[in-house]
Design a protein around this ligand. Structure first.
Ligand SMILES: Cc1cc2nc3c(=O)[nH]c(=O)nc-3n(C[C@H](O)[C@H](O)[C@H](O)COP(=O)(O)OP(=O)(O)OC[C@H]3O[C@@H](n4cnc5c(N)ncnc54)[C@H](O)[C@@H]3O)c2cc1C
Length: 387
């Protein structure tokens, strides 16, 4: 049996649900086909269960893409205030944590329920446990699941990226893009912990759990936030952020004392020695990390010149990660459907009328801090208003 709709949306995640709401409100008959047994599974685990649903400082500079201008139009037409207005309409309590990040007070469940309610009110049908077997082009698009066929003149691909496969991530979105001849920018795990090489791991990873405020640099980007030592490498917000710009076989640079004169106290100490150095570094690094780092970067002497060198090293700890923790641990997938293929106003394919791509499957990747959801809402709304 063929079920006919005005629009079929693949994926009941953040972008797919927002798109469905906007299209449904405009009177379109919308079906959302979702592979999992419930909608918004990734939203539920996001932000440590409290969903960092947007960021009040959101601007196009918070996104990476081969075309940095692409996201501007959608972001301007659906802003963080538009999303918070929806959150407030549903009386969901929320708070600003740090750096403009908005989180639910209670749980991410509030956001999923809000989106489901909006879908219901807009007459959207969410069809769960729908495994897509085939997409065909015939009088519009046909999506075939195990037992049924759905037909519509419009197909919106909102199947997300490859991160967290155990939550049901699949490559369907990229496969459909390939099927229709669209270019894909190489995908890679992003917002992901970095794994250290064998030597660095042996030297630092027994300190797992230790964290410090640092500034991390790679490929013209810099982030000043917390870094965390893990059992296999480095994590924490600063490292997750920089992981998006890091490429294999390249280095990252870590300033362990951003904005500080790290060796002043040693230079002014009565006696310049390791004890003075340790207490100087412990002002800004946890004790165990300061001691270990100094053992491995002990100054050659206690002369002014040697201390200048130590100062330089504290601000320029260069590390060559061996890799990342991969899609299993990545918050997002960088790369994806090439933005050159899509209209920045509507997210519709330039080559294949009626075919849209939204959310993480597109080559737009946000910084950590609510920006990826804002892209999902904004790109979803842009497409939904064009259906
Ligand atoms: C642990 C974790 C925490 C995060 N926390 C935050 C946060 O706090 N703030 C933030 O901004 N971002 C966060 N993110 C990133 C954010 O979740 C994503 O950027 C966002 O969910 C992308 O939305 P999307 O709709 O494009 O994809 P998704 O939300 O991943 O939705 C895609 C949907 O498509 C479905 N699907 C996939 N394949 C198929 C198929 N073959 N057939 C049918 N359906 C399919 C999936 O089951 C899923 O429901 C987090 C990510 C992770 C992994």
């Amino acid at each position: 049996m063929v079920h006919k709709f005005d629009a079929i949306i693949l994926g009941a995640g953040a972008a797919g649900l927002m798109c469905a709401i906007e299209a449904g409100k405009r009177g379109r008959r919308v079906a959302v086909l979702e592979r999992a047994n419930r909608a918004g599974k990734k939203i539920l685990i996001s932000g440590g269960g409290r969903c960092n649903f947007t960021n009040v400082h959101c601007s196009p500079e918070h996104f990476y893409s081969a075309n940095p201008h692409f996201a501007k139009s959608a972001l301007a037409r659906f802003t963080p205030s538009d999303f918070t207005a929806l959150v407030e309409k549903h009386r969901i309590p929320y708070h600003e944590k740090t750096l403009g990040q908005l989180f639910c007070d209670r749980s991410a469940q509030d956001i999923v329920e809000m989106l489901e309610t909006e879908c219901r009110d807009a007459g959207v049908q969410i069809i769960l446990n729908s495994k897509i077997h085939e997409i065909r082009c015939a009088d519009g698009f046909i999506a075939r699941t195990e037992s049924e066929e759905f037909q519509a003149p419009v197909l919106v691909v909102a199947t997300g990226g490859l991160s967290i496969p155990k939550l049901g991530a699949t490559s369907l979105g990229y496969d459909i893009a390939r099927q229709f001849g669209l270019n894909i920018r190489e995908t890679r795990p992003a917002l992901v912990p970095l794994v250290l090489g064998r030597k660095d791991r042996a030297e630092y990873c027994d300190l797992a759990g230790v964290s410090a405020e640092v500034e991390v640099f790679a490929d013209h980007s810099a982030f000043r936030e917390k870094m965390l030592i893990t059992h296999r490498g480095l994590s924490g917000p600063a490292v997750l952020q920089i992981s998006t710009c890091w490429r294999e076989h390249s280095t990252i640079r870590i300033d362990l004392a951003p904005g500080r004169d790290a060796t002043l106290a040693i230079r002014e100490a009565k006696e310049r020695n390791m004890a003075a150095a340790r207490s100087a570094l412990q002002v800004f690094l946890p004790k165990r990390f300061a001691t270990r780092w100094l053992d491995l970067h002990a100054p050659q002497a206690w002369t002014n010149r040697a201390l200048e060198e130590l100062e330089r090293e504290v601000h320029n700890w260069v590390v060559e990660p061996a890799g990342t923790e991969g899609y299993e641990k990545a918050e997002v997938t960088a790369g994806g459907v090439d933005t050159d293929e899509l209209s920045s106003k509507t997210m519709e394919s330039r080559r294949v009328p009626g075919l849209f791509f939204i959310g993480e499957v597109v080559d737009v990747t946000g910084h950590l801090g609510g920006f990826n959801f804002q892209w999902a809402w904004a790109s979803g709304a842009a497409a939904g208003r064009a259906l």
